[in-house]
Design a protein around this ligand. Structure first.
Ligand code: SF4
Length: 418
């Protein structure tokens, strides 16, 4: 039972040992309100006691909204408020704002878990995963000087700043002592890591790899131009390094990229992918693409589609362009109607569905290893699910196994696609 205090007439709850608490806040429409109720029920069923959003909790869930710029602002405010209430809590953003701003919410440290509308039912599984100390996210860099035309981050967060290397390594060592085995190094513009301190991302990965207990290292989003021969050669020699590269493309059309103020061409992007494929066997390359950027014509979009068809990446995260006031893109002529953005997104989602399936199928019959994270029940059988180094989700019968251990086996026999 929770302990209840009365303080100046206010009732205050305190946790009892071993108790888990959660607080929820809802923003936006009736659908959201209904879903927040459903999330509350899920959390209660998982043993969480629900506390008011004004109190310290282990988990804060903000069901966000993005209908206006004000809704965006409120969503961020509530996430920050949660962080202040308990800096050690898991801060979870779910819903519409996540769908539009996903790439920067976790990397910028605003929340620990970001779940889009489609995945709201995965909340419990995702909470279990951090509780099990499998994968740790470390922000090693902040700020950005790239000034993409659609993004406010360079104005909001200023110049690129790298975290102190020794401090990062100490944190990794501490997390590894606490059982974490997989480390994801992230940043707002991770490719800039070390430019202000004379360090390099490759050298940081090498140093993290030398720490006891570090079994896997992943990198957050990179820009294509960091992919040089020396970078690939260095990373391919690091045993714990996971060949999973998120290279933001945004558009496969050169004139759209120029309007976006992105500093590479589609051909440079292609060359980066080819280089990765020459150093790693079947690396996972994932990307972000914006549909309906101002001025994007049917022909320009068709160039992006044909570029992506040809390149065959593991996953394309598709974002319909969202107008942010204060950005250059917001003032551009040729704003694309919402229905067109939606239709173009649907084309890319269909393409990525097929390509992702082909990428995963490549592993059938091969021996792979997964780090066990979550439990799922299918047809009455309990399975552990986990990811390969290339971030392919597989499952293994849970009987006799424990979370946060590795399982090896043949894909399609011991390790299953669920
Ligand atoms: S690289 Fe572009 S999109 Fe990414 S944070 Fe910098 S300005 Fe924004």
């Amino acid at each position: 039972m929770p302990i209840v205090h009365k303080n100046n007439g206010k009732v205050k709850f305190e946790k009892t040992a071993g108790e888990k608490t959660a607080a929820l806040h809802n923003l936006g429409c009736k659908v959201n309100a209904y879903e927040t109720e459903a999330l509350r029920e899920l959390l209660e069923a998982e043993g969480y006691r629900i506390v008011p959003f004004t109190e310290a909790a282990d988990v804060y869930v903000v069901n966000t909204c993005t209908v206006t710029n004000i809704a965006d602002k409120k969503s961020r405010q509530m996430l920050r408020r949660a962080r202040k209430l308990n800096p050690d809590a898991q801060i979870v953003a779910v819903g519409c704002y996540v769908d539009t701003a996903k790439s920067d919410l976790v990397e910028s440290g605003i929340c620990d878990i970001a779940i889009g509308n489609e995945d709201k039912n995965k909340l419990i599984g995702m909470l279990r995963s951090p509780a099990m100390h499998t994968r740790a996210f470390l922000k090693v860099q902040d700020g950005c000087e790239m000034f993409c035309a659609y993004c406010l981050i360079p104005y909001a967060r200023g110049k690129s700043k790298s975290r102190d290397r020794e401090e990062i390594l100490e944190e990794v060592a501490g997390l590894a002592r606490n059982g974490f085995q997989e480390f994801v190094l992230t940043g707002i513009h991770l490719s800039s890591y070390g430019k202000d301190t004379g360090d390099t991302l490759l050298s940081l990965v090498e140093a993290v790899d030398r720490i006891d207990g570090v079994k896997r290292i992943r990198l957050g989003s990179l820009e294509p131009r960091i992919i040089t021969e020396a970078f690939c050669r260095g990373l391919s020699g690091i045993q714990s390094f996971c060949p999973h590269f998120h290279l933001s493309l945004q558009s496969g059309c050169i004139s759209t990229l120029q309007r976006m103020n992105r500093h590479y061409t589609p051909e440079e992007y292609r060359a980066s992918c080819e280089l990765l494929r020459s150093f790693f066997t079947h690396p996972a390359i994932t990307t972000d693409v914006i549909t309906g950027f101002p001025g994007e014509t049917e022909e320009e979009f068709a160039e992006t589609v044909s570029f992506l068809k040809d390149l065959s990446l593991y996953e394309i995260h598709v974002f319909p362009y969202s107008r942010r006031s204060g950005t250059r893109a917001a003032k551009m002529e040729g704003q694309v109607p919402e229905e067109t953005k939606k239709a173009r997104s649907a084309v890319l989602l269909e393409l990525t569905g097929r390509q992702a399936e082909a990428f995963r199928e490549y592993y059938r019959g091969k021996e792979e290893e997964i780090l066990l994270e979550e439990c799922e029940v299918h047809d009455g059988i309990r399975y552990f699910t986990g990811y390969t180094k290339e971030y392919v989700k597989l499952a293994v019968a849970a009987e006799g196994r424990e979370a946060n251990t590795f399982a090896r086996g043949i894909v399609g026999e011991e390790l299953l696609y669920l």
